[in-house]
Design a protein around this ligand. Structure first.
Ligand SMILES: [Zn+2]
Length: 362
């Protein structure tokens, strides 16, 4: 199936007019007109409002924000009901969408996610899978800096009083395990971010006792159809994403659900001095998982904890453009539990979405 790119000035089925692309994302000129991206504005004369372009139907996967072109058949989300569709004016700039992905953003899905068009994409992925072979499950909870162990740079402790805070560890033990008491097939384990990689691609080899990579390898060997989920906070979010990538590269498994809660890491990963490097993936992870939810703290909510995220380099851009759901929260960086329990998608929290996934394999 072929779909055609939308250009500025193209019209909708209600006679609305696509406005010239502004803001982020790359477009280019085609026969003298600028191509349009998802999120671009549409002046709708039928309802008298300014709508925006939301995706509908099969398309090539979004690699990043730069490649989120509006296509014929996408929707103009305005006050019209049902939303008008976009009509292409040209037939030479196109994409063959065979083998692509279905992305449907309805106004309902987008409410609350308006800043990010990709929120709600692949909604059907969040309907729990009924695959009966999908048993049991293993979920790794990966803490950030100073969560499970005092904070170290390159295995050298830099100061006293830097943890452990057990923010993620206590959440798992005190909150989460009680919520999944009824699911007998759900295994969970708590790791420091220093324990969440294979040890091949990070700058400093961990001397910690646990290793999520080898644990998951063993789990999958025992349960080839097992469901694997990763939840990571802060540096643990960055490493959870890297771990997901590494597990797939090693053909061990594709992670089912990845949750990154205010992931941090970009500056540390680029630091040249090994002593100032945390034990995190050096290159930015590009996880390919079945579902990825990423929550980023709004810098306006700065608390002392947010300084850690700032120093580590809040990882926002790639998750924003690639996660299945990206959400910006008002909670501060250290408030892991609140972020896990905030309703972010169809009135559900990360915690509820994760539990739903675990419930299908009980
Ligand atoms: Zn309208």
């Amino acid at each position: 199936m072929i779909r055609y790119h939308i250009l500025e000035g193209d019209v909708t089925t209600a006679g609305g007019i696509v406005q010239r692309h502004t803001g982020s994302g790359q477009t280019f000129k085609w026969h003298g007109k600028l191509t349009s991206n998802l999120g671009d504005k549409v002046n709708c004369s039928a309802c008298g409002s300014v709508g925006y372009i939301a995706p509908k139907g099969l398309r090539r996967p979004f690699d990043n924000m730069k490649q989120a072109p509006a296509l014929n058949g996408d929707l103009c989300i305005c006050k019209c009901n049902p939303p008008p569709e976009l009509k292409n004016s040209q037939t030479t700039l196109l994409q063959n969408v065979a083998g692509g992905i279905v992305v449907n953003n309805t106004p309902n899905l987008l409410s609350g996610f308006a800043s990010s068009y990709n929120a709600g994409q692949q909604a059907e992925q969040f309907a729990p899978s009924k695959d009966p072979e999908f048993v049991p499950s293993f979920t790794a909870f990966i803490g950030g800096a100073a969560d499970k162990y005092p904070f170290f740079y390159g295995d050298k402790k830099v100061a006293d009083g830097l943890g452990p805070t057990r923010i993620v560890g206590d959440y798992r033990t005190i909150i989460f395990l009680k919520r999944i008491n009824h699911i007998k097939s759900a295994e969970t384990k708590y790791y420091g971010y220093e324990e969440a990689y294979a040890g091949k691609t990070v700058t400093v080899k961990s001397k910690r006792p646990d290793n999520a990579f080898s644990d998951i390898q063993a789990f999958v060997k025992k349960h080839p159809k097992g469901q694997v989920n990763l939840v990571g906070h802060s540096l643990g979010g960055w490493n959870a994403a890297g771990l997901a990538e590494e597990l797939l590269d090693a053909k061990i498994c594709q992670v089912n659900l990845l949750i990154t809660i205010d992931p941090v890491g970009v500056f540390l990963s680029y630091a040249d001095n090994p002593l100032t490097r945390a034990q995190i993936y050096y290159w930015m992870p590009k996880p390919k998982v079945k579902k990825w939810i990423s929550i980023t703290c709004d810098p306006k909510s700065y608390q002392p904890d947010d300084a850690i995220a700032d120093a580590g380099g809040q990882w926002e851009k790639y998750p924003k453009n690639n996660a299945t759901i990206f959400h910006k929260t008002k909670h501060s960086h250290g408030n892991f539990q609140s972020m896990m329990q905030e309703k972010i998608y169809q009135n559900k929290s990360c915690e509820q979405i994760l539990i739903e996934q675990l419930e299908v394999v009980k």
